[in-house]
Ligand binder design. Sequence first.
Ligand code: MSP
Length: 638
Amino acid sequence: MSKDTYFITTPIYYPSDKLHIGHAYTTVIADALARYHRLLGKKVLFLTGSDDHGQKIEKVAEKRGITPKEYVDGIVPTFMRLWERLNISYDDFIRTTDERHKKVVQEVFMRVYNKGDIYKGYYEGWYCTPCEAFWLESKLVDHKCPDCGRPVELLKEEAYYFRISKYADRLLEHIEKNPEFIQPESRKNEMVQFIKSGLEDLCVSRTSFDWGIPVPINSDHVIYVWFDALTNYLTGSGYLQDEVTFKAFWPADLHLVGKEITRFHTIIWPIILMALDLELPKQVFGHGWLLMDSDKMSKSKGNVVDPNLLIDEFGADAIRYFLLREISFGADGNFSVEALIQRTNADLANDLGNLLHRSLTMIQKYFDGVIPTPGPENELDESLRKGAEAACQEVDRYLGQLQINAALGAIWSFIGRTNKYIDESEPWNVAKSQDTPRLARIMYNLAEALRMTAFLVWPFIPATGESILEQLGVKQEFQVANRQWGLLEPNTKTQPTGPLFPRIDIKEREAALEDKKSKQTEKDAGEEQVDELISIDEFQKVKLCVGHIVDAQSHPNADRLVVLKVDTGDEVRQIVAGIAKHYAPEDLKGKKVVIVANLKPTKLRGELSEGMVLAAVSEEELGLVTVDKDIPAGAVVR
Ligand code: MSP
C-alpha cells in the first residue's frame, strides 16, 4: 500500500544574491508535485528554505559593512515574497539560522562523532569559495573549479573529517538495489562512477571563517556548510523535535536538486543518514539547468532573469506554465522571453482561454448562463468523456515518472480535443434546429470538459484552475474525487469574469518597451542636471557613528597624517586621518568624533585605516565634527 504522506523538498537557496528564474524553476516543479499529491488526498510536507551560512555570505556581508545575520535577514524575506507571488504552497520554510536547526545540526554532529565516524585532522586542499567546495587536485579542470570554472585556492587548516569512505560499499549496494534512488539514469551512472573512483573522507568543519554553527566540542570550528545545509531536511521534518511529524513523513519521497548538487545529495547525504541509522530518501532527482542562450545564468555573466519582472509583466501562471511545459525535466533547457510569449499566446490565451470564453459565451446565449440538464450522450460525446478520462490517467502515469512536460502535453491534447468537439458538434446549427436536449448536452459537455480541465491544470497553474472553476460557478475542492466526469451539477449559474490570459502582441510590446526606454533616458538626463542629488537610500548606505579617540600618534612615514585608535562601541579600530597640520596628537585623545564606519579598509603609507573621521574644511581651517553631548561610542549618527 502506498503511504498517505508525501514529503518533497527543494534545495535551500543561498541568500548570497537575489533569486533568479533558474531557482524559481525547481521551486515551481516542487510546488506542482506537492499540489498534485494534495489533490490525490495525501498529507504533504513541502519544504523549502534558505542556506544562510558560509564563507561566501560572510564575505558579501563584510563588503556591505553589516553582519552576516543582518545581511541574510534582509534578503531572505525577498525569497518568501517571490514564492508568494509565484503561488508556491510550501508547508515550511527552513532557514539554517533557525534555532531549531542549530540544535539538530549539533546533535547530528555529536551522534556521528560519538559513533567514531567524525575525527580531527588537517585539511589541505583546493577550495572554490563561490561553490563552497573542496576539490581533489585530480578533479580540477585547467586548475580551476570543475563546476563553475573559477580559480581555486590552496587551504590548510585543522578540521574535522567525516569517514564517508567507510560507507562507500554500502552506498553502492543501496544504489544498485534501488534503481529509483538516483534519477535520471544518466545522473545515476555518473554518481556510481564517482563513488567507484574512490571516496575521500569529507571535511566537515572550518576554522577559516565564523559564520556557521559551532562544532559543539570545539568552538574554534564551525560546521562545514554542506553538513549544515543537508541536515535541513531532518530539521524540517521534525527530527528530534516533533517525532509525530517525523514518523509520518520520513524518509523524503523526493529531493529535487540541480545537477551540480546531485553529488552532495546522493553521496554525502545518504552517508550522513546511514551514520545516523536513518532510512534514506526514496529518490533524488538531479534536474538540468535553465540556460540563457545556451549558457548558465549567473550574475557575473549578466544574464540572469529576474522572476519578479516576469511576474509583473506576464503573471505567475504564464511563467509556471512555461517552466513546466517547455523544458524536458532532467535535461537543460533554454529560457527566452520570446518563447514564453509564444507559449502563453498559443497554449494559454488561444487553446485554453478561447475555449473557456467561447463556451461561456454560448452557455450565456443559449441558456442564460445556466448549465443545462444534458440530453442523451452520443458517440461524439462519449469520445470527449473518454478523452477526459484518458487525460487523467496519462497525467497520473506521467507524473508518477516525473515527466512533467509530458503530463501537460496530455492535458493540452484534451483541451485540443474539446476545441475540436465544438467544431464537430456544431452547436450553432443545433440551436437553429431547436433541438434543445442536444444543445443542452453539448453545452453541458463543454462546461464539464472545462471543469475537468480545471482539476487537471490546477497543480501546475493553480490560479488558472481556480479561475476556471469560479467562472463556471462551481464550488468544489481540488480533490481527486471531484476529478471525475459527470460531477458538474446542472442549474449551476456561470460567472464569466473575462479572459484568462490576454494575448500578447509582440510588436506592441516592443513598441511599449522602446517608449519606456526613451522616457527613462529623458528622465536620467533630467536627473543629471539636478547636480547629482542622491536618494535617501543612497545616503543610508553610509554608516556613520560616534567614535571615541582613545589614542593618537604621528604617522611614522607621513607628516600630514595622524594614526588614531578609535573606540566604535564594540571594537577599537585604527583610523589614519590627514589632520596633523591642524591637531597635535595629544589634543586628539578623548575627543568624541563622527566616523564613517563602513568604509572599505585601506592602507595609508603602510598603516591600516579602517574608517574615516569627518571634519569640516575651509581653505585655511579644518575642524573635526564632534558630538556635543555625552553620547556613547558606537551610537548611530543619522
Ligand atoms: N545552498 C545550496 C543547496 C543546499 S541544499 C541542502 C545551493 N544553493 S544555490 O542557491 O546555489 O542553488 C540552489 C539550486 O538552484 C540548485 O539546485 C541549483 O541547481 C539551482 N539552480 C541555480 N541556477 C539554476 C539554473 N539556471 N537552472 C536551474 N536550476 C538552477 O546550491
